[in-house]
Design a protein around this ligand. Sequence first.
Ligand code: ADP
Ligand code: GN1
Ligand code: MG
Length: 373
Amino acid sequence: MFQNSSQHDLLQIIQHFSFQGTPVSAKAFGSGHINDTFLIETREKEYKDYLLQRINLEVFHDPDKLMSNIRLVTTHLLTKVIADKKHPDRKVLTLVPAIDGTWFYRSDSGQAWRMYDFIDGSKSYDVVKTTQQASEGGRAFGEFQKQLADLDAALIYEVIPYFHHIGHRLDSLKKAVGRDVFGRKAGVEAELDFIAKRENDMFTILDMAASGQLPLRIIHNDTKFNNVLLDQHDRVKCVIDLDTVMPGYVAYDFGDAIRTIINRAAEDEPNLDKITLNMPLFEAYTQGYMEKAGDFLVRAEIESLLHGVFLLPYMQAVRFLTDYLEGDIYFKTEHGAHNLQRTRAQLRLLFELEAHRSELEQIIGQVTQSQHF
Ligand code: ADP
Ligand code: GN1
Ligand code: MG
């Protein structure tokens, strides 16, 4: 297992990449749920540090296609960032080539590794605290969608099919319930009931899309707030974690960002009473997002944003619960009931969002009106 990999093993792995400097340490880094991430520090001041990642092959079955997407997207983003003279400090995730000229390294045991430049002087937040952070996040993801608007979607592989398709996610949950391999179903009847009661309401975005109202765009698909790096002054530095950049509907990105911004507590908060809504952060993100995206969104997309706010915590709960029932094979977990705890926290968040629906709707309305869309 990777967690047991020694510094020595990691330093061996990076020898397969064309980097500069003398690596002196490899430390586990970040709090992502999917890949194994390490900061590689180099001795010399003049050389960068690096970020080494073991790609999770249980999640990404075809690393060639995954890395082809990442190359395509980062190359495209770079042309946009270079052209943007107003923001010279902005960065694009930059891959370090492997010594064989490809973009990742396959070890003899079949593991897939990649390396990025480490983006210095940046921070990511699991819980958002200030309206400055939230509005910058909104600008970051709004701009990201805009920058990808002219990338040919046909060139992007669908590396995880039906990633945000709620019908598909509910089918997976039902199959997991049917199999109940770990005998955990009996302990989650209340959660299953809560999910079942809302099932029909959660198809609105797919219905709007099916009736031709929503354009399919290239979106980020994992806009959890810790997937944007901010600088010391909490200004956007870089959008990261590009593994899931694929076609989708903008409301998915909006809803997933709000899921992690509006919640005063952590995604896996065990004390459900701590899960309350921070409305000023919701307003700030919406403002920042609309500032960048307002000029390309069609009216139906603006209408769909609120549906995304309910759908994404719901879908996330469905995914966590499915993984709990299947024995925790997808998301990294820290203890046996972690996916259940995450499920409960996301369902409580959804409950809170439902209780404040009209306020949320009003805020979106006010922001969009004030920006004349
Ligand atoms: P995962 O898919 O597991 O979430 P990420 O690519 O999001 O992996 O990386 C995990 C964390 O590592 C991020 O949340 C961020 O804090 C940090 N990180 C990722 N890439 C970089 C980078 N190039 N420079 C600095 N920090 C990074
Ligand atoms: C995973 O990789 P990370 O931790 O940024 C997951 C997202 C979930 C998120 C929940 C490829 O994101 O879809 O929303 O966990 N990524 C993948 O925290 O499944
Ligand atoms: Mg991440």
